[in-house]
Design a protein around this ligand. Structure first.
Ligand code: F3S
Length: 415
């Protein structure tokens, strides 16, 4: 990769060992991916906290390495708008999830340092819901695969899938290696998915995303014939695209900013493959993530990716004046800023009076503090990961279906 004089000077340690290390990561990554240069980045979304899966899932060494990385990184200042991914849990919920005291101290220390380094501590997997909304063509460096697909496909911004180190390096240096979907030629669609199924709910869009993600692998798909999605539809689509496969961006013809037509999405070439998502595929995609062996359920998880205010309002309306079935736990995951509005408007009270729980700044899979045997969720991504990370049976259904299960304690296909 060709570096400028300034970049060479940083790489040689001219601005200290940590920034030299950061630049080294970006150069090595860029070299491996065939990048020719580093380009300016103006927006990052980085994991600058210690989420539960690192504490409970990875063991002591990765946790120590993460603490060292964050401590070094936070001695510097960010160079562009930088928001933060999820954390373990919001501080007023430590007790509820029984966070060990030593973890509380580490968590608070890291979060204070990150704030002082200039990171905007949004604590969410859906930064586009809480004010980080890059514009068309803006170069970003985002972690969180669902948000990456959303940024590329719905907003028309440009970001590859970042990990913790690369997003932090980008935030502190203001550059990213130029490869993948940062370049026009890699944003053209190759796989055409003709959508003939009727999509009635955001979870139906999740099914479309899960099916397409699995079929696409690393290709860029284009959805032809799909209706205009709502923000919640797009959120489910993008999360499922990223968990069903390794998709970084997807075009929706006439929706994605750079794809006013199907031909534009394909870049004037014919697709390399063409498949159809019809009613039967919609049904079989749901069936794939319904691994239950009985009807009784104990846990309902909503807000994956983090719930929007509109979703919280819908949940509150569905629960108002009712009670969850005995023994059922309902988690509604969201960012604390969204929860603050939900509290102001009374939605949070309606949910808690019914026995539900508005869980902030994380989610059960990532905090790894949920014990469940059979989960119902409206998110294909949550179901995909809950199987392994919570070792629970899963059922995916629409938000209405999830609420019904929460109120009755049972789920069946014909409910
Ligand atoms: Fe967010 Fe957790 Fe889903 S981090 S995308 S709610 S798995």
């Amino acid at each position: 990769m060709k570096l400028t004089n300034q970049q060479q000077q940083i790489l040689a340690g001219g601005q200290g060992p940590f920034l030299a290390k950061c630049l080294g990561w970006l150069v090595d990554w860029g070299d491996a991916m065939g990048a020719r240069r580093l380009v300016p980045v103006s927006n990052t979304h980085a994991l600058v906290t210690v989420p539960g899966n690192l504490v409970y899932g990875a063991g002591e060494k990765p946790l120590q390495a993460a603490m060292e990385l964050l401590t070094s990184a936070c001695q510097h200042r960010v160079r562009c708008l930088s928001t933060s991914h999820i954390t373990f849990a919001h501080e007023d919920q430590y007790e509820e999830i029984e966070l060990p005291p030593e973890q509380v101290a580490a968590q608070q220390q890291v979060e204070r340092m990150a704030r002082d380094a200039g990171f905007l501590m949004t604590y969410t997997c859906a930064p586009y819901l809480v004010g980080n909304v890059p514009v068309k063509g803006e170069i970003c460096a985002w972690t969180e695969s669902s948000a990456v697909v959303y940024a590329n496909s719905i907003l028309g911004a440009r970001t590859t899938r970042h990990g913790t180190e690369s997003a932090i390096a980008a935030a502190l240096l203001g550059w990213v290696p130029e490869f993948g979907v940062l370049l026009d030629e890699n944003r053209r669609a190759a796989l055409q998915v003709d959508v003939t199924a009727e999509l009635h709910t955001p979870t139906d869009w999740g099914a479309l995303g899960y099916f397409t993600g699995k079929a696409a692998g690393l290709d860029v798909p284009v959805l032809a014939g799909a209706p205009q999605p709502s923000q919640e539809d797009a959120k489910q689509l993008c999360a499922a695209l990223a968990s069903g496969g390794g998709v970084t961006m997807c075009h929706i013809a006439a929706v994605t900013p750079e794809a006013p037509t199907l031909e534009d999405a394909l870049g004037g070439r014919p697709p390399t493959r063409c498949i159809t998502f019809g009613q039967e595929k919609l049904r079989s995609t749901y069936a794939e993530l319904r691994t239950h062996t009985g009807q009784q359920i104990d846990t309902v998880i909503l807000g994956c990716p983090h719930a929007s205010l509109a979703e919280i309002a819908e949940i509150a309306a569905g629960l108002r004046g009712k009670r969850l079935a005995e023994g059922v736990k309902l988690w509604v995951c969201t960012a604390y800023s969204t929860r603050a509005v939900a509290q102001r408007l009374g939605y949070a009270t309606m949910i808690s009076q019914a026995g539900g729980y508005l869980f902030c700044d994380s989610c059960p899979t990532n905090s790894m503090r949920v014990k469940a045997k059979r989960i119902v969720t409206a998110g294909f991504k949550q179901a995909h990961y809950a199987r392994g990370m919570i070792s629970a049976e899963v059922i995916v259904d629409s938000l209405a279906g999830c609420l019904k299960a929460a109120l009755t304690g049972r789920w069946s296909e014909d409910q």
